[in-house]
Design a protein around this ligand. Structure first.
Ligand code: UD1
Length: 333
């Protein structure tokens, strides 16, 4: 059993990962400034696990607030999720992204170093792969950088910083590069920030099913794919959460990067068909022109993580769609 600091902000994967960690009897302390999430999530986590995760209020941009938490607890490691993650928002408010994602991470690293906590799991993203590359599937050693938005830049920069930390401060660091995690926990009880206007595909599709939007606009540019729509490596968020637990329990020395994780591509039009199969309804959509920054194909190569942890992603996209429907029904009924 280990004692872990979990930093959160808007991203929904942390709550699922906390469930997996608590169920494996790890102790968890959550750090958040609640600027874009709600403390009630910890109640939902309790309902699922029967364990209350400890919650500590702190703004990661303020090193004194972060340090206070290190004076109260002795940690074995940290799983760092405290990321702003909207591509569009990052173009509108780049400084918020630099302050939270870069300065916040540096503050955290200083505290880790000062209090001799050397083990880190870091939420990275497929967005770090060179966007000009049409070389999907992406392998971990492929070129990164050449990012198309400030969000991607922050992830890219912090990966470089962490590599230095492993080398010069003897930290053990695993970066997990997420592809396209999709909802939701099968309990229907834990959620992504409900106040955000969604920009990702599945949340928007859910809003169409609820009648909040008339239809889905499919961004299209005669992509070089079998049905001309973009292809993504969608992965069930519970698989992603389990990857954090397994990565923590198998944390190896110095610096490691893993893609997570299916290795299978699904096009946007195939996603629509899968939603139609689950709901037995015709799903309304319209083809529109492409969205800036979209790459045609983003799929992971998964050989490295398979070798490291001996496991493949286990849950299907159809189960993620069904779980997303349960979740939406729960919060709106
Ligand atoms: C983006 C980020 C990725 C991040 C992920 C989850 C980039 C380049 N990508 O992925 O790093 O992990 O969000 O936050 O930074 N689509 C439509 N209509 C819509 C919405 C989406 O057709 O209304 C299409 C998009 O063109 C894309 C696919 O659906 O082909 C998935 O889009 P989205 O869910 O936004 O994720 P990505 O842009 O792939």
């Amino acid at each position: 059993m280990s004692k872990l600091l979990i930093t959160w902000w808007t991203w929904f994967i942390w709550s699922h990962a906390v469930v997996e960690l608590l169920q494996a009897w790890h102790q968890v302390v959550i750090l958040d400034n609640l600027s874009n999430s709600v403390q009630e999530v910890t109640e939902a986590i309790f309902t699922i696990t029967w364990i209350h995760p400890l919650f500590e209020y702190a703004d990661i941009r303020d090193i004194q607030q972060v340090e206070t938490i290190f004076t109260k607890h002795v940690f074995d490691g940290v799983i760092h999720f405290a990321w702003l993650k909207s591509v569009k928002e990052s173009c509108d408010k780049p400084f918020s992204y630099y302050e939270n994602n870069i300065l916040g991470t540096i503050n955290l690293l200083r505290c880790l170093d000062t209090y001799n906590v050397r083990n880190i799991i870091f939420s990275s993203s497929a967005t770090v792969y060179d966007a000009s590359s049409e070389d999907a599937p992406f392998e971990e050693q492929m070129k990164t950088g050449n990012t198309t938005n400030p969000y991607g830049t922050t992830k890219f920069i912090i990966e470089q910083v962490l590599k230095d930390m492993a080398q010069w401060r003897q930290m053990n660091i695993t970066c997990l590069r997420y592809f396209n995690p999709i909802w939701a926990h099968p309990s229907g009880l834990i959620w992504e920030d409900p106040h955000d206007v969604p920009t990702n595909l599945l949340p928007i599709m859910m809003e169409v099913l609820e009648g909040k939007r008339e239809k889905l606009f499919v961004f299209w540019d005669d992509y070089n794919t079998m049905d001309w729509s973009c292809i993504r490596d969608f992965i069930h968020v519970v698989d992603v959460a389990q990857a954090h637990k397994i990565a923590w329990e198998n944390l190896a020395k110095w610096f490691n990067i893993y893609n997570i994780w299916t290795g299978k591509g699904t096009s946007v039009l195939e996603m629509i068909s899968l939603v139609e199969e689950v709901t037995w309804e015709v799903f309304p959509y319209e083809i529109v022109s492409r969205r800036d920054g979209d790459v045609s194909i983003s799929i992971a190569k998964v050989a490295r993580i398979k070798k490291a942890i001996g496991r493949e992603a286990q849950l299907s996209i159809t189960s993620a769609i069904k779980d997303a429907l349960i979740f939406r029904a729960n919060i709106y009924n």
